[in-house]
Design a protein around this ligand. Structure first.
Ligand SMILES: C[S@@+](CC[C@H](N)C(=O)[O-])C[C@H]1O[C@@H](n2cnc3c(N)ncnc32)[C@H](O)[C@@H]1O
Length: 982
């Protein structure tokens, strides 16, 4: 796709599928590449019904997406839009459309929302991406994609040429620089709404021609998805960054103003060409440039979007470092010319994948600016007021309540204050100012970091909206504010949610008059008062005693209400939009009480090794350390017990009686007040009779397969003395490691070697791990180990703690050879009936079989019982073919069994037979191995979701189709022609 088409398509599609969708009069305003382009008119209701059909369809995601795209292409406006398109262009458009549709699928885990975090500073509507479900590290947010288009040098320059009045392409968009290709790419699509945070919770990575995101640490519902644009994107060392992390730490745009700072601080962002790299930042340091203090908060970046200022000095200095000398073309009052500073995206996009953005050349209108402020959601994590959460601070809630339409008592107060504001020249501005004023006043008494933080009212939207023609007024404003300010801070205040995090009980939000404010029982937001034409249409009386007793939701229901209040509804919070689309309360997406959510589409990476990143590994490593310490104490106990067993065989009995070692799962350190479905708690494995069910959730990697693997590597391997594992079953149990119950859980027990020599060949762990799970873990481990050694064999060997590595590598891998059964009970697919396993086993034991040493190697990891003809039921015991000796190629000697294996285990194995066994035996085939592999494969197919390795192909398929990247040319020209496109 070329840049022009991508830009044009994205403008149109984001208009259709973001702006027009359920947002009423306060849309999610998307910055257009070409705001001047006229877009065909579309009926919002029609669009909504299309999306409604899409979200309620039962079809699989991709099918549903295709249907939706098909339908979209029948819209007159779309047909009109595409009429000059070639087939290729239509396909590209359809693919891009599919990305937007994917966002809305009920299985999706994110949504696009307003954020006020930057709006108040940038004066423009800003969007963000929020999680609607808990996300775990390693997950790939498949529906959050961005399409890339190669930028030609000319286009690249064009994007950098800010403020070209008649420019076709505007610059408030992401540009990714590929180190390997040494090229910049334009990056559009839903993924472009991801904002930057210095402690980002997601990272970018590339899947073919599109970019998507991988979760780095647990993300709670309502939390914002953030990426890292680079270290120098928002000025040198991101000193103008307004992210939540900077806010919490008093850095970036929230850092105290250095009294010595004469405004000549460097601004690498304005100059550095590879701003995220260390070298570039050091380069940038040398390129110190003056920057007036006055403009620190809303200064322009090199991309000039949110730093709009008319300060002369700054402009000239910035321009010094810009490669483009476009100083004569100011952008909304600023000559913000982006340098070649797009952050680099390395070849594998893991280590240095970064997202950059180019600035917009046009500030939004006041309406837009304010609309963005009008829905100030409250964040659980103090993040940018973008998420709805009950744990938000009062202050944030006050902010939320003070939307452009808020007229509660406190907002009235604020409004009266605002009326005195010099800047509030219009009602809209006044309300914005009111919000800020109120917040400022409340903050004046808020000590931060032991200091009383003076407040500064950020430049109102008017500053962003000001034109080049009004420099004088801006200067006045800026100076005035600078006098007030000691520290830089954003209007919502620092650590907005901190108090609620600390205290066990949340303080209900109160207005300035001290009265408790009514909040939405769904999202916790302060209920707004909605005005239409200065008349309160909703919200009054909600603070009455009666109303307080009643559970009250925020006005998502006003969607229906809108019918009689007309289209002039001035506010539509997130709950409303959500409800409009899903007819469900936020964040639920599926209808009906107790309805089951479809599994989230965020997946683990298809190729964990390739997709692993330092950050994920770092996180996992951290987690592993925690569990390692836990394991250390356990290991000591185990060793003691094992020693006791060796010294005193009687101790075995005790050991047997002891509960089996728990399946160690990662104990997670709580990262947030996440409702994450994280399953990485330390939970002991319940012992069950028979073999553990491989499909049992307790053996699934669940949410954090990577984490578990780390634990395995770090924890299990060092504490497993091979002796304990092999000595017992070999000596006492013969072929069936029945006696030691802890071994019952190991499939390896069936393959227990008989001699000490074999002992070395079959390593195992004290905690039974199903082969399938083990394989999955191996893969995951590879991810974890990828940095040290990409060789999986080596990793596996390490994990198994094989005493004799050479033997291990040459020997068949035990976990591959051991045949796990589909279930631990008699519900396996190979049983035709449900006979008594006990009877069967007793019958089968009539002719005990002992294999010779020569066949042991082969069998060491395979079932001991010979394969036989599949039996219809217990009668199988009567079948002469059950005499294993007749089936085995070379049975050498027999001996009575010393121990009776579990009848369940035994009979189950016996029944796993191949009809073609005799023939295979006759032909000298290795019966057991093949059979086992088959079985394994089948099982793995059944449980493919749990096994990264085996899931790779299916994931790849899913992923590629999910991406829309591989969409076949379904949306043909003829399709459009057939649909009256001419
Ligand atoms: C790729 S866009 C992100 C989506 C953007 N909020 C929107 O609505 O289109 C990058 C822009 O978001 C804003 N932004 C994102 N993260 C920011 C941060 N940490 N500090 C300041 N502005 C940020 C800046 O305006 C930046 O130019």
């Amino acid at each position: 796709m070329n840049v022009h088409d991508l830009s044009r398509d994205d403008d149109f599609l984001s208009h259709l599928l973001v702006e027009k969708l359920g947002t009423g009069q306060v849309p999610l305003v998307v910055h257009k590449m070409d705001p001047s382009a006229r877009l065909p008119k579309t009926d919002a209701d029609e669009l909504m019904s299309l999306v409604r059909r899409f979200v309620i369809t039962k079809a699989p995601v991709q099918q549903a997406v295709r249907q939706a795209v098909d339908e979209l292409l029948t819209f007159p406006a779309v047909r009109y839009y595409l009429k000059s398109y070639t087939q290729k262009q239509i396909n590209a458009f359809a693919t891009h459309a599919s990305r937007y549709f994917e966002l809305y699928h009920p299985s999706g885990v994110i949504e696009i929302a307003h954020t006020s975090r930057y709006s108040s500073h940038t004066g423009k509507s800003e969007l963000c991406v929020l999680a609607t479900r808990p996300l775990s590290p390693g997950m790939v947010i498949t529906e959050l994609k961005g399409s890339m288009a190669n930028l030609t040098d000319e286009e690249d320059k064009e994007l950098k040429r800010a403020g070209m009045v008649n420019s076709d392409i505007r610059r408030d968009f992401s540009v990714i620089h590929s180190k390997s290709m040494k090229k910049n790419h334009l990056f559009l699509g839903p993924a472009r709404f991801v904002n930057h945070d210095c402690d980002n919770n997601c990272e970018l990575f590339r899947e073919g021609r599109y970019i998507t995101f991988r979760v780095l640490r647990p993300i709670a519902v309502g939390e914002e998805i953030t990426a890292h644009y680079g270290d120098g994107y928002f000025g040198k060392k991101n000193k103008h960054c307004l992210c939540e992390t900077c806010e919490k730490n008093g850095r970036g745009g929230y850092a105290p103003v250095d009294p010595d700072d004469d405004g000549t601080s460097s601004s690498s962002s304005d100059s550095d060409s590879e701003s995220d790299s260390e070298s570039s930042s050091s380069d940038a340091e040398s390129e110190a440039e003056a920057e007036p203090i006055l403009n620190l908060n809303e200064r322009r970046t090199r991309r000039g979007v949110y730093a709009i200022t008319a300060a002369k000095d700054e402009d000239s200095e910035d321009s010094e470092n810009e490669n483009d000398d476009d100083n004569t073309v100011p952008l909304a009052g600023a000559r913000d010319i982006p340098a070649d500073s797009e952050v680099e995206l390395t070849a594998d996009l893991d280590s240095a994948s970064e997202l950059t953005s180019l600035p917009t050349s046009n500030p939004p209108s006041d309406t837009h600016s304010l609309s963005s402020l009008s829905s100030l959601p409250v964040s659980r994590s103090s993040s940018s007021l973008t998420s709805l959460s009950s744990s938000s601070s009062d202050e944030a809630k006050v902010a939320a309540s003070l939307t452009t339409t808020t007229t509660r008592r406190q907002s009235r107060e604020a409004a009266s204050r605002a009326s005195t504001s010099q800047l509030s020249s219009t009602p809209l501005r006044r309300s914005t100012r009111a919000t800020n004023s109120l917040l400022a006043s409340s903050r004046r008494s808020t000590p931060v970091n032991g200091k009383e933080r003076a407040t500064r009212t950020p430049v109102s939207n008017s500053s962003s909206a000001r034109g080049r023609n009004t420099p004088r007024r801006e200067d006045t404003v800026v100076k005035e504010e600078a006098e007030q300010r000691v520290l830089r801070m954003r209007p919502s205040g620092p650590n907005a949610a901190e108090p609620s995090k600390e205290g066990p009980e949340k303080e209900p939000p109160r207005g300035p008059d001290g009265k408790i404010l009514p909040t939405c029982s769904t999202c916790g937001n302060i209920l707004p008062v909605i005005l239409v034409d200065s008349k309160v249409v909703w919200g009054l009386g909600l603070d009455s005693k009666k109303a307080k007793k009643k559970k009250q939701d925020c006005p998502r229901y006003l969607l229906n209400f809108r019918r009689f209040i007309g289209p002039k509804l001035t506010q539509e919070p997130r709950c409303m939009r959500h409800f409009a689309i899903y007819q469900q309360t936020w964040p639920s997406r599926v209808p009906g009480p107790g309805a089951v959510l479809p599994p989230p589409r965020a997946t683990t990476p298809s190729d964990p090794v390739a997709k692993s990143s330092k950050k994920v590994l770092k996180y996992l490593q951290k987690q592993a350390e925690v569990s390692r310490s836990l394991a250390a104490s356990k290991a000591t106990n185990k060793r003691e017990r094992e020693q006791a067993v060796e010294e005193n065989p009687r101790a075995q009995k005790k050991l047997k009686a002891d509960p089996p070692p728990p399946l160690v799962k990662l104990k997670q350190t709580p990262v947030s007040n996440s409702t994450s479905t994280s399953t990485t708690e330390s939970e002991p494995v319940k012992r069950k009779r028979g073999r553990p069910r491989l499909s049992s959730p307790r053996f699934r990697p669940k949410v954090k397969p990577l984490s578990e693997v780390v634990v395995k590597v770090e924890e299990e391997a060092p504490e497993i003395p091979a002796k304990r594992v092999f000595s017992q079953p070999r000596a006492q149990n013969g072929r069936f490691g029945k006696k030691d119950k802890s071994q019952k859980k190991k499939p390896a027990d069936s393959a227990t070697p008989r001699s000490p020599r074999v002992k070395k060949d079959v390593p195992t762990s004290p905690t039974w791990t199903s082969p399938r799970r083990k394989r999955a873990n191996d893969d995951n481990e590879d991810v974890q180990m990828a940095e040290d050694s990409p060789k999986r064999k080596h990793v596996r060997t390490e994990e198994m703690e094989e005493p004799n590595e050479k033997e291990e590598s040459s020997a068949p891998k035990p976990h591959q050879r051991v045949m796990p059964r589909p279930t631990s009970t008699f519900r396996g697919p190979k049983l035709f009936s449900n006979p008594s396993p006990l009877n069967f086993a007793l019958h089968a034991w009539a002719g005990p079989v002992i294999l010779d040493e020569s066949s042991e190697d082969e069998e060491s990891s395979t079932p001991e019982t010979p394969e036989d003809i599949q039996s219809p039921g217990p009668e199988i015991a009567e079948d002469p073919e059950l005499n294993a000796s007749t089936l085995l190629p070379a049975p050498v000697h027999r001996a009575p069994l010393i121990y009776k294996p579990s009848p369940f285990t035994f009979s189950k194995r016996r029944w796993v037979s191949l009809p073609q066994l005799p023939e295979r035996l006759a032909s000298g085939d290795s019966v057991v191995d093949d059979k086992e592999d088959d079985d394994d494969d089948k099982e793995e197919e059944e449980d493919v979701e749990n096994i990264p390795e085996h899931a790779v192909s299916s994931r790849k398929e899913r992923s590629s189709s999910a991406s829309g990247h591989s969409f076949t040319p379904r949306w043909t020209k003829s399709f459009l022609v057939n649909n009256d496109v001419s």
